[in-house]
Design a binder for this molecule. Structure first.
Ligand code: GAR
Length: 205
């Protein structure tokens, strides 16, 4: 397993990073990033959380953390580009410089990617380039691989294809269920996501 010491990559960040988080689910990765910030391991501030599912638990997580959250329902827009433009406008209004897709279950378009060049980061529950797209955990189980994991990467228009920042490996055991395996993958996600954000910021300097 890879468990990077995020403080090592973070030490050289002089300016606090201004983050916006896009999330569709329960928000455990949001909490991991917020914890790393609170513990002084990541020099950053989360300016806003945008969620696209009314019932997403990430809304409560953001409230507990004192982070503003905005509900943007993709069903209210005629196409992906129009929805992404609303995301861009919202993120810019909160003066976000880095966009973190932390369980964002929507394909994003160049409208978002080009508004934040090389500043959109995604976390995916597999060792990319294996098992792209939805159900990365199920795909690994179905394929019968013995090792899977998680990947943090810069976002490009082709889904789950951008330059890799960090990965962590997770073994698959014979008795694994999808939920149990996903939980172990998420433990690793929480380890690598803050460090990968710091690494991306370092790489631009
Ligand atoms: C994470 O496991 C993340 O890798 C996955 O959604 C989960 C969100 O968990 N993302 C994708 O599958 C993207 N294709 P969280 O809401 O607890 O952070």
């Amino acid at each position: 397993m890879i468990s990077p010491d995020v403080s090592l990559v973070d030490l050289q960040l002089s300016q606090p990073l201004s983050l916006g988080v896009l999330a569709s689910g329960k928000g455990s990765n949001l909490v991991a990033v917020a914890d790393a910030i609170a513990q002084g391991k990541l020099n950053a501030a989360i300016k806003v959380v945008i969620y696209n599912k009314a019932q997403a638990q990430v809304k409560e997580k953001a409230a507990e953390l004192g982070i503003p959250s905005v509900f943007c329902n993709h069903r209210d827009y005629p196409n992906r580009e129009a929805f992404d433009q609303v995301l861009v406008d919202t993120l810019k209004a909160y003066q976000v410089h880095w966009v973190i897709m932390a369980g964002w279950m929507r394909v994003v378009t160049p409208v978002l990617i080009n508004a934040f060049p090389d500043h959109v980061i995604n976390i995916h529950p597999s060792l990319l380039p294996s098992f792209k797209g939805i159900n990365g955990v199920e795909q690994a189980l179905a394929a019968g691989v013995k090792i899977t994991g998680c990947t943090v990467h810069l976002v490009r228009p082709e889904v789950d294809s951008g330059p890799i920042l960090m990965q962590a490996a997770v073994p698959i055991f014979a008795q694994d269920t999808c939920e149990g395996l996903h939980q172990r993958i998420q433990q690793q996600e929480h380890q690598i996501l803050p460090g990968a954000i710091a690494l991306a910021a370092q790489q631009e300097n």
